[in-house]
Design a protein around this ligand. Structure first.
Ligand SMILES: *Cc1c(COP(=O)(O)O)cnc(C)c1O
Length: 410
């Protein structure tokens, strides 16, 4: 409905003339954000229930994040990895503390910082090669990023096929199927790579014993257990890490590699590869590198995000708000709601996710179609009650429009 308005229409035309067409036409052109709300170039306000794809953990323009970034940039913005900085070191220590908190014994974690999720996975992929083995067992429906290495680990044919040959020796097994994993993993396996919940596949939650079983299978075969928590980490599911969340796993697991990105710095680009059990010592000087990774500004942003999550008790808030959001979207046309905390996937009775996205946008809500029949919600972890209530009031009208685009029910 905004297509005829000059603001977004003009920007969209300029976008098309200047940007590579990798993402399709933009849904709208945004100019400003505050908390869980954003405004487009025509002045329309939206409740942002996607949060930049599970990135804006503190919403838009959070004063603590703005202050941390501004102060660090004024103090020391970038230095290269010939030098070290206090924010980088402090952030590594904080992440190690959070990862190791539930563990009985210290596991000697080390961190490598990157600028994105794909790069965090690249670092981990290279790390696994240093075991002397090359095979990676990954899963169907997986998403690990778009670089050649990360793509090699991603199962979706439409993403892979135009770019083959990709780095090899990756096999895919059905997700959530421990027997398939058991059959695929052997003494040649370098690592078992899993998302604790598959985000891009539309929030697919495995059985509660899947990760603990995967850990046993990996370790019995001398393989590393590598968890991609790029989407699920940093509070998204209501725990610091999904693999520690009692709502998702029978028992916390002790992964050998964990990759993070998305929500870690609340919107400032960052990624991290954490390796436990001495796996972080598989890299020797010169084995890997990055110019920007561990940049003081990005690290300061991440420290502010971790501080606010802890101080404002956003893990508990995300858990509770996830439950309210689930109730808000209860409707016979939603046949299943999956996920926990503020990473939810709604399965529609018909493949109308694209229609729901556009009806929701018309009604002032940004949501995402993860698949043709599945809607993904990944709002800020500090999502206020009022926004959940607004969605609850608007939801059945949104579905009316989406399921009957002729407008007969409007
Ligand atoms: C988003 C995502 C990635 C890729 O992260 P980028 O920052 O886009 O490179 C990798 N793995 C998972 C699970 C993701 O959700």
């Amino acid at each position: 409905m905004t297509a005829t308005d000059p603001g977004t229409a003009q920007w969209t035309e300029r976008y098309t003339g200047a940007l590579m067409n990798t993402f399709g036409p933009p849904k709208t052109v945004l100019v400003r954000g505050e908390g869980a709300h954003v405004w487009d170039a025509d002045g329309r306000e939206y409740v942002d229930l996607l949060g930049g794809i599970a990135v804006n953990a503190l919403g838009h323009g959070h004063p603590r994040l703005v202050a941390a970034v501004s102060e660090q940039l004024q103090t020391l913005g970038h230095i290269s990895n010939f030098f070290a900085s206090a924010p980088q070191i402090t952030l590594a220590e904080r992440l190690i503390g959070l990862l190791q908190a539930p563990m009985a014994e210290p596991v000697e974690t080390r961190v490598f910082f990157t600028n994105s999720g794909a790069e965090a996975n690249e670092a981990a992929f290279k790390l696994t090669r240093r075991t002397g083995r090359t095979r990676i067992v990954a899963t169907e429906g997986s998403f690990h990023g778009r670089t050649m290495g990360a793509l090699a680990l991603t199962s979706k044919l439409a993403y892979r096929e135009p770019f083959e040959p990709l780095p090899g020796d990756v096999v895919f097994v059905p997700y959530g199927d421990a027997a398939a994993l058991e059959a695929a993993v052997d003494g040649d396996t370098a690592a078992v790579l899993l998302e604790p919940v598959q985000g891009e596949a539309g929030v697919v939650v495995p059985p509660r014993d899947y990760l603990p079983t995967a850990q046993r299978i990996a370790h019995e075969n001398g393989a590393l257990l590598w968890l991609d928590e790029i989407q699920t980490g940093v509070g998204r599911t209501g725990a610091w890490f999904a693999h520690q969340n009692p709502a998702l796993v029978d028992a916390p697991v002790v992964p050998d590699i964990v990759t993070l990105a998305k929500g870690l710095a609340g919107g400032i680009p960052i990624g991290a590869c954490l390796a436990t059990h001495g796996a972080g010592k598989l890299f020797d000087p010169g084995n890997h590198g990055t110019t920007f990774g561990g940049n003081p500004v990005a690290a300061a942003a991440a420290l502010a995000v971790l501080d606010v999550i802890a101080e404002d008790d956003l893990l508990a808030h995300a858990t509770a708000q996830g439950e309210r959001l689930r109730s808000a979207v209860g409707d016979p046309r939603v046949v299943e709601t999956r996920g926990t905390g503020l990473l939810l996937g709604l399965t529609l009775g018909e493949p109308r996710a694209a229609e729901v996205v556009s009806a929701a946008q018309d009604a002032g809500f940004l949501v995402n179609a993860a698949t043709p029949e599945r809607i993904r919600l990944a709002p800020p972890l500090n999502l206020p009650d009022a926004d959940v209530e607004a969605l609850a009031s608007a939801w059945s009208g949104i579905l009316d429009h989406a399921f009957d685009p002729s407008g007969a029910t409007s």
